[in-house]
Design a protein around this ligand. Structure first.
Ligand SMILES: Nc1ncnc2c1ncn2[C@@H]1O[C@H](COP(=O)(O)OP(=O)(O)OP(=O)(O)O)[C@@H](O)[C@H]1O
Length: 210
């Protein structure tokens, strides 16, 4: 479970005051709100990226542990964005193996995991392809697999589908929700399109103060 408590974010011209946000394992909570209200900044703060221009106070608990004081690499939170920034000089397989580096297991087990995951997203034939050889939808699937490879305890998604066309958007959206539900971890989605939302929606405008 991911819990945010007593959150105050002070921006240059406005504030957000959010008493509590709770996301259960297997749940995707959607955040919406006007452009510039602070959706991405909130995700970055949860992720552990310093936000020098914003004063932020609040508690972040992940599976009962207060992770607010931990550096980004120890929070075990994954991020998926519309920019699928796979390493361009590595093949699909190498990208996934690189993300798996921190995971337990020997080389054979890691290769098996990559093969199984590529099979599961119907991309088994693309193991030796380079990122530039992938379509937008293929790259989006690999990006999600990569974010799950490091076994995060939670996933944050910042407009992950906005670079995709309408038809592909629905396919990748369904794939993403199925994959995240199976992974059974709390997830937060930031989107402008509430059609993306698979469950509860929180509009940050409800927590806006001048
Ligand atoms: N690097 C920065 N330096 C100064 N101010 C910033 C910076 N990044 C964001 N801001 C300010 O912080 C506020 C929140 O920005 P943020 O990107 O979190 O909003 P958002 O809700 O995600 O917007 P959008 O939907 O347009 O992506 C904005 O008012 C913006 O001007």
């Amino acid at each position: 479970m991911l819990e945010i408590n007593h959150l105050t974010m002070v921006f240059k011209y406005h504030q957000l005051v959010i008493p509590s946000l709770t996301v259960s394992a297997g749940e995707v909570l959607t955040l919406t709100g006007a452009s510039g209200i602070g959706k991405s900044s909130l995700l970055q703060w949860i992720l552990g990226v310093p936000q020098p221009d914003i004063t932020i106070e609040g508690q972040i608990k992940l599976n009962g542990e207060d992770v607010g004081a931990l550096p980004i690499e120890r929070r075990q939170i994954g991020l998926v964005t519309q920019q699928v920034d796979l390493f361009p000089h590595m093949t699909v397989e190498q990208n996934l193996l690189f993300a798996l580096a921190a995971k337990q297991g020997d080389d054979a087990a890691r290769h098996d995991w990559v093969k199984q995951e590529l099979d599961s997203v119907a991309l088994a034939d693309y193991a030796t392809a380079y990122p530039t050889e992938l379509s937008g939808g293929q790259a989006a699937r690999i990006a999600l697999l990569r974010s799950l490879a490091s076994a995060p305890k939670s996933i944050l998604l910042d407009e992950p589908f906005s670079a995709l066309d309408v038809k592909l958007r629905k396919t990748i959206r369904d794939f993403t929700w199925t994959t995240l539900t199976a992974a059974s971890m709390p997830a937060i989605l930031v989107t402008h399109d509430v059609q993306d939302a698979p469950g509860n929606i929180v509009n940050l405008e409800d927590y806006y103060y001048d």
